[in-house]
Design a protein around this ligand. Structure first.
Ligand SMILES: Nc1ncnc2c1ncn2[C@@H]1O[C@H](COP(=O)(O)OP(=O)(O)O)[C@@H](O)[C@H]1O
Ligand SMILES: Nc1ccn([C@@H]2O[C@H](COP(=O)(O)OP(=O)(O)O)[C@@H](O)[C@H]2O)c(=O)n1
Length: 244
């Protein structure tokens, strides 16, 4: 895990503009954030991938994710890397590419157990801040559950991306073809319930703008988030010409 001393060194370098996006499972955080980052020519940081990669590593090692002490042991030896390029997304643990493996249902089922361990959260949060500070980007879209409240409460742009539970479950079940829709919906609601005991990502904190995508298609959701960025930063945001 990252040396806390790295944080001071990292924060001394020029700080990218942060767009913080939180929300429940299936609200569109990853896909919308990635597209917003492309449009603005910003970096993109998927924070959930770190918790998923840690859960993957715990499963690889046969560690019971209900055992906090054992999970902390795995986190102490977590060689993690993630791409912040929205056009080239990958996640690695050591030399292993785990980009696809961390989306497997067995990992999804285990991830909340890992995410509820406080020292693990503190440790990955330090890592996120270093990744952003060292990104070399003029801005980074960071998405997760506690970005607007814990990881980057001072971010100039803070968004809570929501959608009705049945809409989120339907979106996720269209992606997962190895499980039936009822099982996917059940797993999603159970995970939200477990996760929301640790951080509140269902109500907007003060100063956080809500984008409800229940009745918006993907494109309109991206535009709604870019509108929040424009209003929050006070200038129209122009990104890369190939950002669309
Ligand atoms: N506004 C939207 N309308 C329809 N589908 C959407 C919308 N936003 C996201 N999606 C789709 O819903 C699915 C879940 O989105 P995802 O970005 O993985 O959500 P999250 O990261 O919040 O779990 C993806 O297949 C995505 O393409
Ligand atoms: N900032 C974050 C991001 C994710 N997580 C945890 O990581 C898990 C996976 O996050 P994710 O963003 O990949 O989940 P999806 O909503 O994309 O399915 C969540 O279910 C939470 O347990 C968290 O606790 N805090």
């Amino acid at each position: 895990m990252t040396d806390p001393n790295d944080v001071a060194a990292a924060s001394a370098s020029s700080a990218p503009v942060l767009v913080a996006i939180d929300g429940p499972a299936g609200s569109g955080k990853s896909s919308v954030s990635k597209q917003v980052a492309r449009r603005l020519d910003y970096g993109y940081l998927d924070t959930g991938a770190a918790y998923r990669a840690l859960a993957w590593l715990a499963l690889e090692r046969g560690v019971d994710t209900a055992d906090e002490q054992a999970v902390r042991g795995v986190a102490d030896d977590f060689d993690y890397a993630i791409s912040l390029d929205p056009g080239d997304y990958w996640v690695r643990v050591g030399v292993t590419d785990v980009t696809d493996a961390i989306r497997e249902p067995r990992v999804t089922d285990a991830v909340s157990g890992v995410a509820r361990v406080r020292p693990v959260r503190e440790s990955v949060n330090r890592l996120f801040r270093v990744l952003v500070a060292e990104s070399g980007r003029r801005g980074v879209v960071v998405e997760g559950r506690d970005i607007t409240t814990v990881v980057a409460p001072d971010a100039p742009v803070r968004v809570l991306l929501t959608a009705a539970p049945e809409v989120r479950a339907a979106r996720r079940s269209r992606e997962i073809t190895t499980q039936d829709a009822a099982a996917v919906a059940d797993a999603l609601h159970r995970r939200d319930a477990a996760d929301s005991t640790v951080v509140d990502f269902l109500t907007a904190a003060d100063g956080v703008s809500v984008v409800d995508s229940t009745d918006l298609d993907f494109e309109r959701t991206v535009e709604a988030v870019i509108d929040v960025v424009t209003v929050s930063l006070g200038t129209p945001q122009t990104g890369a010409p190939d950002g669309r």
